[in-house]
Design a binder for this molecule. Sequence first.
Ligand code: GAR
Length: 200
Amino acid sequence: MTEKAKNIVILISGAGSNMAALIRAAEEENWEASLGARVVAVISNKPGAEGLALAQALGVPTQVLDHKGFESRAAFDAALQTLIDAHQPALVVLAGFMRILTPDFVEHYAGLMVNVHPSLLPAFTGLNTHQRAIDAGCSEAGATVHLVTADLDHGQILAQAVVPVLPDDSASTLAARVLAQEHLMYPQAIKDFLRKLKPA
Ligand code: GAR
């Protein structure tokens, strides 16, 4: 790998299934050869995140930065930025990273940070998206990959996946159907994004 490698840093807070889908796609499709890209680190703000062990099992180094050890959101984000930047990232991928980000942090990665959100944005920003889609009587739900901006869940849309809402759906059955599509859509959207990135 040359020094021009496009390093990808993934941020998680929980199960890390999107992170794992991304690492597996990068490995199986040999993104190093085809895109000059590689996943260099997985960082969690939660010490107990299940995704940490999963990342290690997939051969990617992990780091934990517990937000509870910081007095302010700004202090945590500044420390996180230092940790991320040590990897010289070309792309920061939020994969179930359940933090509201400060404007300075977002600005630092402007155009280079993506997120997957479990709704068809602009509908249902924020939390409890699946229950809200059911309660609203939606016939379709889904997920969105978007650029991260300071305005929560409002950045430029890069990809969307649509699934039906079935009559007997609960939030968890709908979430599982959407998540399966996230695992297909997110690696593909990141691949498309990397292709358009200028060399680091
Ligand atoms: C995913 O459904 C993702 O869309 C959602 O959290 C889940 C993480 O699952 N993200 C958000 O709600 C961000 N606001 P995972 O840890 O198994 O990838």
